[in-house]
Design a protein around this ligand. Structure first.
Ligand code: URA
Length: 442
C-alpha cells in the first residue's frame, strides 16, 4: 500500500495492519517517506488513536529500526531497566541505579538530556568531573561486568525511527498522543533488552501527563506492550505537582542524590527511591515480598553500600569519585539569591511547572536542542507543601548563572508566585498514586 492510502485509512478511523505500520516506520527512517506525509500520519494517529495491536506493532518496528543492545542475552544475571516520564527535580536515576545494583541486581539505564522545564540525567552526570556517558556497546558491557550497573547516554543509532519521529512530533503538535508516547518509550526499552522494566509515570502540572487518569492509561498501555514482548514490567504513577526533593538544577541535584545515598536527604525523595528500588528487586525476581524488598533497599542506603556502589560506578565511567567526600568539587555558584515569603502562613500549593521553568531560566536548562547549560545553576526549595513559613523567612534560594543576571529580579518574583500560601496546613499528598504490574506480584 502507498503511504498516502495508509494515511487515508488511519484518517478515516480504521485500524492499520502490522505490515502497513512497518511500511511507514521503515519508509520514514530510510528517508523514502517525506516529512509532510509522516506528519500527516502522526496527526491522524493523534486524532484517531491506535488499538493495542497497532501500538504494539509500531513499538516493535521502531525498536527494530536500529542497533539493539539485547542485554538479557549478554548476561546470565537478570538485568533491570527503569524509566521516568520526567519531572522537575527528578534525580531518582542517580540514586536508584547504584542502590539496586548494591542489592545484587544488574541495572542499566540509557538517559537523555533535558529539554523544556524538566532536566535530563545526562546533564546532571556532566557535573561530575570526568564522568563519561557516551560509551560504545563493548565499553557499556565492561562497565556492567565490573560494577553491575551503567548509566549512559542514548546511542544515536538505537531506535533511529524514534529519533526521527520524535523530532517531527515536537514541531507538529503531536507529542501528546498516548500510542505515540507509549511506543516511543517502550521501543527504547525493547531495544536495550533488559529482562525487566520499571516505569515511573509522572502525573501532574509539572509532568507530560497532566492528570492521574491519563497517566494510568499510559502506564497500562506501556505495561501491556512489555507483557506482549515477554518482559516483566511494572509501572508506578507518581505525583508531580510539586518538585521532587529540594534541589532543581544539575550539580545541585547530584549533591542531593549523594545525601540520599548517604542515608539522609529529603524525605519524599528517599521514600520514593526505597519504594521504586523494592519494586525493581521484585520484578527482577530477587525478592518476593514487598516489605522485605523495602527493608533491603533501606538497609543498603543506611549501611553505605549504595554509596560505595555509586563510587564504583563513577570510577568505572571515568569520573572523579572524590566528589562523594568533597561536594565542593562539583560545579557550584558563588551567587545566592534568597526568595522570601511575603506573608505568614502555610505552603498550600507549589507549582512544579513554574519552578522547573525558573530553574531552566536561571541557566540550568536549554530552551532549544544544542543550547548551553550552566551546571552550577538552579535553585533549592527551603519550603514545600505543608510547611509553615513566617513573613520574611526564606522560601527558596536561587543560584543564577551570571549570563542571566538581568532576569534575576523578575525570576525571583515569579518564584514567589509559584508558592500558594494560605492560613491552614493542607494534608500531605501520596507520592505513589497508582500501580500497574505485568507480574501480578506487586
Ligand atoms: N519520552 C519519550 O521518550 N517519548 C515520548 O514520546 C515522550 C516522553
Amino acid at each position: 500500500m502507498r503511504p498516502l492510502e495508509i494515511i487515508r485509512k488511519k484518517r478515516d478511523g480504521y485500524a492499520l495492519s502490522a505490515g502497513e505500520i512497518r511500511e511507514i516506520v521503515s519508509g520514514y527512517t530510510a528517508g523514502d517517506i517525506p516529512d509532510y506525509q509522516a506528519a500527516a500520519f502522526l496527526m491522524s494517529v493523534y486524532f484517531r488513536g491506535m488499538d493495542e495491536d497497532e501500538t504494539f506493532a509500531l513499538t516493535r518496528f521502531m525498536a527494530e529500526s536500529g542497533r539493539q543492545l539485547d542485554l538479557a542475552a549478554h548476561f546470565d544475571a537478570v538485568m533491570v531497566d527503569k524509566h521516568s516520564t520526567g519531572g522537575v527535580g527528578d534525580k531518582v536515576t542517580l540514586i536508584l541505579v547504584p542502590l539496586v545494583a548494591s542489592c545484587g541486581v544488574g541495572v542499566v539505564k540509557m538517559s537523555g538530556r533535558g529539554l523544556g522545564h524538566t532536566g535530563g540525567t545526562i546533564d546532571k552526570l556532566d557535573s561530575i568531573p570526568g564522568f563519561r556517558t557516551s560509551l560504545e556497546i563493548p565499553e557499556i558491557m565492561r562497565v556492567i561486568e565490573a560494577t553491575g550497573a551503567a548509566i549512559v547516554a542514548q546511542m544515536p543509532d538505537l531506535v533511529p525511527a524514534d529519533g526521527a519521529l520524535y523530532s517531527l512530533r515536537d514541531v507538529t503538535g503531536t507529542v501528546e498522543s498516548l500510542p505515540l508516547i507509549a511506543s516511543s518509550i517502550m521501543s527504547k526499552k525493547l531495544a536495550v533488552g533488559a529482562d525487566a522494566v520499571l516505569l515511573d509515570v509522572k502525573a501532574g502540572r509539572a509532568a507530560l501527563m497532566p492528570d492521574y487518569e491519563s497517566a494510568m492509561e499510559l502506564a497500562r498501555s506501556m505495561v501491556g506492550i512489555g507483557r506482549r514482548a515477554g518482559k516483566r514490567v511494572a509501572a508506578v504513577v507518581t505525583d508531580m505537582e510539586e518538585p521532587l526533593g529540594f534541589a532543581v538544577g544539575n550539580a545541585l541535584e547530584v549533591s542531593e542524590a549523594i545525601e540520599v545515598l548517604e542515608g539522609g536527604g529529603p524525605e519524599d525523595l528517599r521514600r520514593l527511591c526505597v519504594s521504586l528500588a523494592a519494586r525493581m528487586l521484585i520484578i527482577s525476581g530477587s525478592c518476593s515480598d514487598f516489605p522485605e524488598a523495602e527493608r533491603r533497599a533501606d538497609g543498603a542506603l543506611r549501611s553505605g553500600k549504595a554509596l560505595e556502589k555509586f563510587a564504583e560506578l563513577i570510577e568505572a565511567q571515568g569520573g572523579d569519585a572524590r566528589i562523594l567526600e568533597d561536594p565542593a568539587l562539583l560545579p557550584h555558584s558563588e551567587w545566592r539569591v534568597a526568595v522570601c515569603s511575603p506573608r505568614d502562613g502555610y505552603v498550600q500549593h507549589l507549582d512544579g511547572r513554574i519552578v522547573g521553568e525558573i530553574a531552566m531560566a536561571l541557566g540550568a536548562g536549554r530552551e532549544a536542542r544544542g543550547g548551553r547549560v550552566d551546571l552550577s545553576a538552579g535553585l533549592v526549595l527551603e519550603r514545600k507543601v505543608g510547611d509553615r513559613v513566617a513573613r520574611g523567612e526564606v522560601l527558596a534560594v536561587m543560584y543564577p548563572s551570571r549570563a542571566v543576571s538581568e532576569r534575576v529580579p523578575m525570576l525571583s518574583e515569579q518564584l514567589k508566585g509559584a508558592y500558594g500560601l494560605g492560613d491552614y496546613p493542607v494534608p500531605e499528598r501520596d507520592l505513589i498514586r497508582g500501580t500497574v504490574d505485568s507480574t501480578d506480584c506487586l
